[in-house]
Design a protein around this ligand. Structure first.
Ligand SMILES: Cc1cc2nc3c(=O)[nH]c(=O)nc-3n(C[C@H](O)[C@H](O)[C@H](O)COP(=O)(O)OP(=O)(O)OC[C@H]3O[C@@H](n4cnc5c(N)ncnc54)[C@H](O)[C@@H]3O)c2cc1C
Length: 439
């Protein structure tokens, strides 16, 4: 069976994005002209999403010369098409991270990820990025008493570390979200929402204002080290020579570096957006502007946007969507959660994008050889985390590795039988469905 991947060569040559949302919003290519002539830089970054752009911005702020190469245009990947939920933290609870990494390293990581949403909102404030930013908290509701017990522990562990969180009872969750589907939950007031493509473009403009060169429609095709320098070749033939290279291609990683693509599962996440909800329903569903992602393994995530639309995201088939029928599972979930919407709503947008899932559900940072840094694998939690990763990586590069770095540097480990990733995903979906039913 053919493993469906994006053909980055065609994307770089201007092939349309599969999402209707994207087609409506593409930026003029003049903002990020392709690389036509060879050049030098201190750091060359491959991939123009949150990871690449946040790193570029923080490096350029400090005076480094930075060049970003993006196969399509900045935000073309997951960064421009995600659910817009700015959530701090990783999929692990703080105490689990302490057990995994030991107290000192664990607490450094917990502190960093706990402040990850601050990183995003501080950048938005500092650079006046217009991206419909709100900060009304993230509700994680529980679908069973068992799950509720684990959420109470999660909230307690963050509260012990001073985070503004609250446990919510059944009535409070029902009142805030507008559904009786849950037994309770918790809210993390550090979280919020953004329009992701606007935020991504804001990072891009801020980096450009500090002198970073950002080249769209520029596919990096090869990396080669000669002495202390790297040469990055692009599809058009121009090269960038730099002392340092960073790969930030996440769920769109190809074969630039051996075994990297095989170290993550590139899974599709699907989103549907309704037309703005009618006024009589607006007050009953997420009227406080919180974002929600539930505690299922196959989670549903949803929020209202600045125009009053209801956005609902979740798993999808491995293949890219071919039509509205590929989103019907999300529309069914939305109808089950909010029966009051029956017959009242139409859908305006449907789209999908790739998240990079790692085997240990942690972001991966690799430094396989001097002068090369790779960061990927946010497991669907990348707005706050990739923005933070960029800040931390820039500090690491600027201090020649001497700054406290909260993430573990690991070796690249390919997932066995990676060619079968579509079957992994199908088997994982079936298995998690069963676990969710019995939890
Ligand atoms: C549908 C969806 C919903 C999501 N919802 C949320 C959410 O609500 N909250 C949250 O925190 N996270 C969410 N995420 C995850 C989040 O969007 C990602 O973790 C984050 O955007 C990753 O950023 P990145 O810069 O590492 O990768 P990306 O944004 O994917 O960027 C990688 C870029 O690399 C480029 N590229 C690849 N190969 C090359 C090459 N050879 N040369 C040049 N360029 C190349 C690609 O064109 C792409 O633009 C969601 C993701 C998806 C897909």
């Amino acid at each position: 069976m053919r493993d469906e991947k994006y053909d980055m060569k065609k994307i770089s040559a201007g092939q349309a994005h599969p999402s209707s949302l994207w087609a409506a919003t593409a930026t003029p290519p003049s903002a990020t002209p392709p690389l036509c002539e060879s050049r030098t830089a201190d750091v060359v970054i491959i991939g123009g999403g949150f990871t690449g752009l946040s790193t570029a911005l923080h490096l350029a702020e400090a005076g480094a010369s930075v060049c970003v190469l993006e196969a399509s245009e900045p935000g073309w990947g997951a960064s421009g098409r995600n659910g817009g939920q700015v959530i701090p933290g990783l999929k692990y609870d703080p105490d689990e991270l302490n057990l995994k990494f030991g107290h000192k390293k664990g607490e450094l990581l917990i502190d960093t990820i706990g402040k990850a949403a601050d990183t995003v909102f501080n950048l938005i404030d500092k650079y006046h990025i217009e991206c419909d930013a709100t900060r009304n908290g993230w509700i994680q509701p529980a679908h069973s008493d068992n799950v509720m017990r684990s959420l109470v522990k999660r909230a307690a562990q963050w509260a012990e570390r001073g985070a503004p969180v609250e446990v919510l009872d059944r009535a409070s969750v029902a009142q805030r979200i507008g559904t009786t589907a849950y037994v309770g939950g918790w809210i993390d007031h550090r979280a919020g929402s953004i329009q992701p493509l606007s935020y991504c473009r804001g990072l891009m403009r801020a980096a450009q204002a500090h002198g970073a060169a950002i080249h769209g429609n520029t596919l990096a095709t090869n990396l080669e080290r000669q002495g202390r320098h790297w040469h990055v070749t692009t599809a058009g033939g121009a090269r960038v020579t730099a002392e340092h290279v960073m790969i930030a291609t996440n769920g769109y990683t190809g074969d630039l570096w051996p075994k990297l693509e095989q170290s993550v599962i590139a899974a599709n996440s699907f989103i549907v957006a309704t037309k703005p909800l009618p006024a009589q329903l607006s007050d009953s569903i997420l009227h406080g502007g919180e974002v929600v992602s539930d505690a299922r393994r196959l989670l549903l995530y949803y929020r209202r946007d600045a125009h009053g639309r209801l956005l609902m995201g979740g798993r999808g088939p491995f293949a890219d969507p071919h039509g509205s029928q590929d989103f019907s599972h999300l529309e069914r979930s939305l109808a089950l959660l909010f029966p009051q919407l029956a017959g009242m709503i139409d859908y305006e947008f449907r789209w999908a994008g790739r998240v990079a899932i790692t085997r240990d559900f942690l972001p991966h940072v690799h430094e396989p050889i001097a002068g090369l840094t790779i960061a990927l694998g946010y497991n669907g939690r990348g707005i706050a985390m990739a923005s933070t990763m960029g800040r931390c990586l820039a500090q690491r590069l600027l201090s020649s590795g001497n700054a406290d770095f909260p993430f573990q540097i690991s070796t690249i480990q390919p997932i066995p039988f990676h060619g079968l990733q579509r079957f992994y995903i199908a088997a994982g979906v079936a298995y998690y469905c069963i676990l969710d039913k019995f939890s």
